[in-house]
Design a protein around this ligand. Structure first.
Ligand SMILES: Cc1ncc(COP(=O)(O)O)c(C=O)c1O
Length: 459
């Protein structure tokens, strides 16, 4: 007998209390934060879906690993356990530990980026784009056209458009030091990339002698989708699929705050000895000695154990199913979401839910603010606030205006998610009454983290 309900494959071992707030308290909190949800005190948030990055719950065995953490400056046994776990899945010659994903990006792009160069990706994540652009290089997004349409169903909407990639690499004077593929494609809805697409991208890279890197933050979720959706893959172990993805690449950047199941950490891995040496030299300058990078020995232990747990099939089945549960309930309630439902998050289509708010008045921001005000649910705008400011200072609407409900790993139960469904449905029912926003203060880059907003009165 098999049962339909897919339960959390763990019991709760220690609990964190949540604070209940009133709508007036939340309105006050919003005003103090300049309507930027990154500016809230997280104690004032009831269900925090701002990000799945570093917000997951660690397992008993990860906490035990913290006790084993060896804090030797050089050559700690915790480093070797970390290295073994990473190379078990990603057998690249060089593994360079960093305190999180963007540090790996910063180091790599400092070495391989620079003015006149172009880095294609299916879709650059915000920190990836910012780190590429900070070197003067161009960050080019080449996701397939289906990946830009929230309503079009496609099993692998994160795929790279290989024809456009071929064009870019073949154009006269192209200076492309690496091609990136982000698995899963966070900024495009958490959508997976197929093995067939990775093989095709690899073939284009080979023809032009350009190395291929994975932005592999959610590699296990991507591999699970491949197992579920790609013909001929269903019999395979996730670990085998991950190793095949790694074998197709020349290197990777990683934030262990996602599929490392850790609260901090990351790494850069690659095969090129010369680039690796330059990266290590920079690592020593900015992060630390190459056997700890920006991490304590106990963090290395937590990641080493997390990498063993994240490829567990029961965990991944629960993980992908519980994100699907939220998405399907919202679809049933008539809320427009990116389809199919991605791995780590459900993305609300704010542009279609708030047609009265022009893109440059930030429909995603308006919706995210309303979710917090109404029910204490914190989500993240992924749209014109995040991507609208161009390196030349101009502002343009982003390709999509989404609001991401990112699900922290192993943290919330089904009743928390049922509550989120209720809040989203209620806000969606009144979405056409919501006002737009204007920015009153913003930094030069990554403005979504610290910009301050005010409402734009209805015309
Ligand atoms: C696809 C992707 N790349 C890179 C990063 C950066 O990782 P970190 O936050 O650890 O710096 C993130 C973080 O959310 C991400 O989702």
């Amino acid at each position: 007998m098999t049962f339909r309900t897919i339960i959390e494959p763990f019991r709760i071992h220690s609990v964190e209390p949540l604070k209940m707030t009133t709508i007036d308290e939340r309105r006050q909190a919003l005003r103090s934060a300049g309507f930027n949800l990154f500016g809230l005190h997280s104690d004032d948030v009831l269900v925090d879906l701002l990000t799945d990055s570093g917000t997951g719950a660690m397992s008993r065995d990860q906490w035990a690993g913290l006790q084993r953490g060896d804090e030797s400056y050089a050559g700690s046994p915790s480093w070797f356990r970390f290295l073994e776990s990473v190379q078990e899945l990603f057998p690249f010659r060089h593994v360079i530990p960093t305190h999180q994903g963007r540090a790996a990006e910063k180091i790599l792009f400092t070495i391989i980026g620079g003015p006149g160069r172009t880095i294609p990706n299916n879709t650059h994540f915000d920190t990836t784009r910012a780190n590429v652009e900070a070197t003067g290089a161009v960050a080019l997004d080449l996701v397939i056209s289906e990946g830009l349409d929230p309503a079009t169903p496609h099993p692998f909407k994160g795929n790279m458009d290989v024809d456009r990639l071929e064009e870019v690499l073949g154009s006269p004077g192209a200076d492309v030091p690496a091609v990136f593929v982000t698995i899963t494609n966070n900024s495009g809805g958490g959508q997976p990339v197929s093995l067939a697409n990775l093989r095709a991208v690899r073939a284009v890279c080979d023809r032009h002698g350009v190395p291929l890197f994975l932005d592999a933050c959610r590699f296990a979720e991507n591999a699970w989708f491949i197992r579920e959706r790609e013909p001929g893959q269903h019999h395979r172990r996730v670990t085998d699929i991950v190793r095949e993805m790694a074998a197709l690449a020349d290197g990777m950047t990683m934030s262990a705050k996602k599929d490392g199941l850790a609260n901090i950490g990351g790494w850069l891995a690659l095969n090129d000895d010369d680039v690796a040496e330059q990266c290590r030299n920079l690592l020593i300058l900015t992060e630390g000695f190459p056997t700890y990078g920006g991490l304590a020995g106990r963090d290395l232990e937590a990641i080493a154990q997390g990498l063993r747990e994240v490829v567990d099939h029961d965990y991944l089945r629960y993980r992908i199913r519980s994100t699907g549960y939220l998405g399907e309930a919202l679809i049933a309630a008539g809320v427009p979401v990116v389809r199919p439902i991605g791995g780590h998050a459900v993305y609300l289509d704010a542009r279609s839910l708030l047609p009265q708010v022009p893109a440059l008045q930030y429909p995603g921001q308006a919706l995210a603010v309303a979710l917090y005000e109404s029910g204490g649910v914190r989500a993240c705008e992924i749209g014109t606030v995040m991507f609208g400011r161009r390196p030349d200072g101009s502002e343009q609407p982003a390709a999509l205006d989404l609001v991401r409900l990112a699900i922290p790993r192993r943290t919330y139960t089904q009743s928390h998610i049922d509550y989120v469904i209720e809040v989203c449905s209620e806000v969606a029912a009144h979405a056409r009454d919501l006002p737009g926003y204007r920015i009153v203060e913003e930094p030069r880059s990554l403005r979504h983290f610290t910009a301050r907003f005010e409402t734009v009165p209805a015309a």
